[in-house]
Design a protein around this ligand. Structure first.
Ligand code: ATP
Length: 341
């Protein structure tokens, strides 16, 4: 879908993209980076709207340097900032965008109705956009990106300004853009956690350079963590602490970010194959503790990037981890964490 080779973009005072080489295939791909990492700059180059300083890029096999018009015919774009006219309705605006994309009037009206229904704006489609909530405006922006039935859509921070429920709804919509219509998606975010649930593949950039590109499951499953919870007994009033000490003596390592021995009711342990499960089971039995649960947990992308910090809350209302590089890393480019160790 997208190929870049040593792609650079230099502004007088800043290098927005720095020799970025990557390949993005079909499906839903997340482009993650802190604010200023170069995500919007990359999207503008991919659409042929802004020339690269060096290197090359192709979208759907078309060269961004000379075939921007052909790219934009087949690619939808949802910009980051609010750019909607307040005085027209969603229907009027999306029909207009469909016409600009080359659809004849009747097809533009039909596609607009279908697309607005898909994004959940059917009831309100005749009201002026100026009265819409942020979530509704984001849906209009998504609809205009989809209306000409593109093969690929580039979505720049589509969850910006949304509350946790709105974000989840938008992420669900984005996922369905691919599953229902087969349209591939490149979606940017400065929030690591949210893309983990939505994307098949994640590309992380920092300071315009590639930090990492891999499937979401590779990010989160390379090293597994075992969560263990035990009961206390009369002999061992703090069963968790006793178990933690015994497991440490048996060579089982605490997962980075896991609870310190005795500090919590759940022990997080680095799983090194079946051996760790056997050791935990035998140690719990040897101490006479009751095993409440022993389960494998996936890492979250944020843990991979922020080793040593407590795991992030996973509930929908929890604060999302951002893609700021770990303060302890010198340049943020080693991928950090156990995954890279
Ligand atoms: N037209 C421009 N002139 C000068 N500098 C620019 C221009 N556009 C972007 N930059 C700079 O390039 C860097 C990358 O910006 P870009 O907008 O691509 O980042 P981003 O990852 O999309 O972040 P954000 O989500 O905050 O927009 C930033 O330092 C930005 O200030």
């Amino acid at each position: 879908m997208i190929v870049t080779e040593s792609l650079s973009k230099r502004f007088p005072k800043v290098t927005a993209l720095d020799r970025l080489t990557m390949t993005i295939g079909p499906g839903v791909t997340g482009l993650v980076g802190a604010n200023g990492a170069g995500k919007s700059t990359l999207i503008k180059i991919l659409l042929g709207l802004s020339p690269a300083t060096e290197g090359r890029a192709a979208v759907l096999g078309l060269d961004v340097a000379g075939e921007g018009g052909a790219i934009r015919e087949q690619v939808g774009y949802m910009p980051e900032h609010d750019c909607l006219p307040p005085d027209v309705s969603a229907t009027e605006f999306v029909v207009h965008m469909a016409r600009i994309s080359g659809l004849p009037p009747s097809a533009a009206r039909e596609r607009t109705a279908d697309t607005l229904r898909h994004v959940g704006l059917y009831e309100e489609r005749y009201r002026p956009i100026g009265g819409y909530s942020t979530g509704m405006k984001q849906r209009v922006k998504l609809a205009q990106a989809l209306v000409h039935d593109p093969k690929l859509v580039l979505l720049d921070e589509p969850t910006n300004g949304l509350d946790p429920v709105g974000r989840d709804e938008m992420l669900g919509l984005i996922r369905r853009v691919h599953t229902d219509f087969g349209i591939s998606v490149l979606v940017t975010s400065h929030l690591l956690g949210e893309l983990e649930r939505t994307c098949d593949h994640v590309v992380v950039i920092d300071g315009g350079a590639l930090l990492r590109s891999s499937s979401t499951s590779d990010f989160t499953q390379k090293t597994a963590v075992i969560a263990v919870e035990v009961t206390d007994t009369e002999e061992h009033p703090d069963g968790t602490a006793v178990l933690a000490e015994a497991l440490a003596r048996a060579g089982v390592r605490h997962a980075a970010g896991g609870h310190a021995p005795g500090a919590g009711r759940v022990l997080l342990l680095d799983a090194e194959g079946d051996r760790t499960y056997d050791t935990v089971r035998d140690t719990v039995a040897g101490l006479g503790l009751g095993l409440v649960r022993m389960e494998q947990r996936r890492h979250h992308i944020a843990e991979v990037f922020r080793p040593g910090e407590p795991p992030e809350p996973t509930g929908p209302a929890g604060p999302e981890p951002s893609a700021q590089p770990h303060p302890g890393s010198t340049d943020g480019r080693n991928g950090g964490g156990r995954d890279a160790a």
